[in-house]
Design a protein around this ligand. Structure first.
Ligand SMILES: CCCCCCCC/C=C\C/C=C/C(=O)SCCNC(=O)CCNC(=O)[C@H](O)C(C)(C)COP(=O)(O)OP(=O)(O)OC[C@H]1O[C@@H](n2cnc3c(N)ncnc32)[C@H](O)[C@@H]1OP(=O)(O)O
Length: 300
């Protein structure tokens, strides 16, 4: 019997309507998947569950860069909830269906020129995503097949294990400082837990985006593999973790993560207010606009 780490985290994010309705239309037609495979999909995420192994693969499919918009976060949380509640699912591999990018992090458009109410709703969705993934009963593995700055890196850090594809063009890190913004305390805590205080402090203050070998060296990613080996390696890692009794692994995970999770949950509303006040400042809005301009110029 799975042990609930945080039974029913606050589900304020979800739209009304039956979760069963969601994704039905996008189900794979019968015959395309092996009998032991179930799939559901929405606009931004595809999930395939292999019921024989108990492992689901979640693929981000929101081009051009899998940015974490409010819609994306909502669909991500609904997908996580469906899997968490599915007794056939014990492990989750998160990866990208978009070439060269795992996730570009929070959608900057959601943080520019919007109302305070919108910022609050958006930030609650970011929190919800992290709470669900960080407290998941499932074994979670990030199969990072592209660049993964800021919020993208947070998703990877929130998993139990990170495997990244070796590619000189890919980068990963919490680069918020480069945008003139600040990684909130629970991004920082998640990062510190993975790489230690000194490495995290330097990386966060400088807003570093690490190459793949460097990310491996500092412990930001656990393993580096060639692209063609990624899925096989991720499946092997999940199988290794799932070989342990669920209750022992889940309680250990809960114990290791409790302090960080409790801290966040205790300060959740305050964190939303801090975000809204911070992001509404003219100076921050200007920094974000300049960063978006810079991204666009880089292309031309
Ligand atoms: C006192 C304390 C108070 C606490 C307050 C807390 C505040 C904390 C606030 C927020 C935390 C923020 C977290 C974040 O995640 S911010 C997002 C950071 N992300 C980035 O910096 C990544 C930016 N993107 C890239 O570097 C690249 O796009 C890439 C490496 C991911 C991919 O490169 P490439 O394949 O070359 O694609 P393009 O650069 O050409 O991009 C294509 C297209 O997509 C747009 N775009 C890219 N990233 C984003 C994004 N994150 N949001 C929105 N849009 C994005 C890009 O502009 C291009 O658009 P187009 O020109 O219109 O095609």
């Amino acid at each position: 019997m799975p042990v609930s780490l945080y039974a029913s985290p606050p589900g304020v994010l979800f739209p009304r309507g039956s979760p069963q309705e969601w994704g039905q239309a996008a189900r794979q037609p019968p015959g395309l998947l092996p009998a032991q495979c179930r799939a559901f999909s929405n606009n931004k995420i595809l999930v395939e569950l292999d019921t024989s192994s108990g492992v689901a693969t979640m693929k981000f499919k929101s081009p051009p860069v899998n940015s974490l918009s409010l819609d994306f976060l909502t669909e991500f949380c609904i997908s996580l909830e469906k899997l968490e509640n599915d007794r056939a699912c014990r492990g989750l591999i998160i990866t990208s269906a978009v070439p060269r990018v795992f996730s570009s992090g929070l959608d900057i458009n959601e943080m520019c020129g919007k109302s305070r109410e919108h910022y609050a709703e958006f930030w609650r969705a970011v929190q919800e995503m992290w709470i669900r993934l960080y407290s998941s009963n499932m074994v979670t593995v990030a199969a990072i097949n592209g660049s993964s700055p800021a919020g993208g890196c947070l998703i990877a850090l929130t998993c139990d294990y990170r495997i990244m594809v070796e590619n000189p063009k890919y980068i990963i890190g919490l680069n918020e400082a480069q945008l003139g913004i600040v990684a909130p305390f629970w991004f920082k805590d998640t990062f510190v837990k993975a790489v230690g205080h000194r490495v995290a402090e330097r990386s966060l203050q400088l807003g570093l985006l690490h190459s793949v070998p460097e990310a491996h060296r500092i412990g930001l990613v656990d393993e580096v593999v060639p692209e063609e080996k990624l899925q096989e390696k991720a499946a092997a890692v999940v199988a290794q973790w799932l070989a342990l009794p669920d209750h022992a692994r889940q309680l250990t995970k809960s114990m290791m993560r409790k302090a960080v999770l409790d801290h966040m949950l205790a300060h959740r509303e305050e964190d939303i207010q801090n975000f809204v006040n911070f992001i509404s400042k003219d100076s921050i809005q200007k920094s974000l606009s300049m960063y978006m301009e810079m991204l666009k110029k880089k292309k031309s």
